[in-house]
Design a protein around this ligand. Structure first.
Ligand SMILES: [Zn+2]
Ligand SMILES: [Zn+2]
Ligand SMILES: [Zn+2]
Ligand SMILES: [Zn+2]
Length: 232
């Protein structure tokens, strides 16, 4: 995906609505979390994760997740929020281990054999992560979307009955039409690999002549923009 050098990425706090930069959001959440704690429920061990596109970190979010939740829950959340197009396989890479959906299922799907470092995603975060842990997630081994994840903080607290909640997310970046400079709403996935900035407004997306016209996809606020058939 195209990088935007010199671009300051802003995001919105999902708890209080504050708009601030990506760097300042981490500090802001440190105090905002405690002020927006539900009064009911039991204290639980919680991880705060900063998640971003590995190559285009203008796409980022912060989430809080219970240590008792499994990697499968986190995978589902990432698919729902950012990734799902047509049920591709995915994996987490943590230290030396690869965590995937169970291998028997995978062998049926793609005929691969498990390697010795491969484990199921049905494992609880609390047993494998600590404050400071860094790890990766890959969705789709064809046209892959790679995410970087980091455990920014760990605390005892309450987030309600869900295992995971969104804390903040980047504002949708605005892209300019390559032809006229107006706000773009389409991206050409063919030109993406040929040229740097294949964005088009409504009008110029219609005019765009390309070898594969059906490869135009909507601009969306996700690291999966322009990939496979992802349309948000
Ligand atoms: Zn806030
Ligand atoms: Zn797909
Ligand atoms: Zn245009
Ligand atoms: Zn094109």
């Amino acid at each position: 995906m195209t990088s935007m050098s010199g671009y300051t990425s802003y995001g919105i706090c999902a708890l209080c609505g504050k708009r601030t930069t990506k760097a300042a959001m981490t500090r802001h959440l440190g105090s905002c979390l405690a002020e927006h704690e539900p009064s009911r429920g039991k204290d639980a061990r919680l991880f705060r994760l900063r998640i971003e596109d590995a190559y285009s970190p203008i796409f980022w979010m912060d989430v809080e997740i219970k240590a008792t939740a499994t990697l499968e829950v986190l995978d589902d959340f990432l698919r729902h929020k950012w990734l799902e197009c047509c049920g591709h396989l995915s994996a987490f890479y943590i230290d030396e281990d690869t965590f995937m959906v169970p291998s028997a299922y995978r062998m049926e799907q793609v005929g691969l054999f498990a390697d010795p470092n491969e484990r199921s995603m049905k494992v609880k975060l609390g047993g494998i992560l600590n404050k400071g842990s860094r790890f990766e997630h890959v969705y789709d081994f064809g046209t892959s979307t790679d995410l970087k994840l980091r455990v920014v903080d760990e605390r005892q607290g309450r987030i309600g009955s869900d295992s995971v909640r969104l804390l903040s997310q980047n504002e949708a970046p605005v892209w300019e039409c390559e032809v006229c400079g107006e706000d773009a709403s389409w991206i050409c996935t063919f030109c993406m690999y040929e040229r740097g900035n294949p964005f088009y407004c409504e009008l110029h997306a219609e005019d765009h002549e390309c070898e594969e016209p059906e490869m135009v996809l909507p601009v969306v606020n996700s690291p999966r923009m322009g990939m496979c058939g992802y349309d948000g």
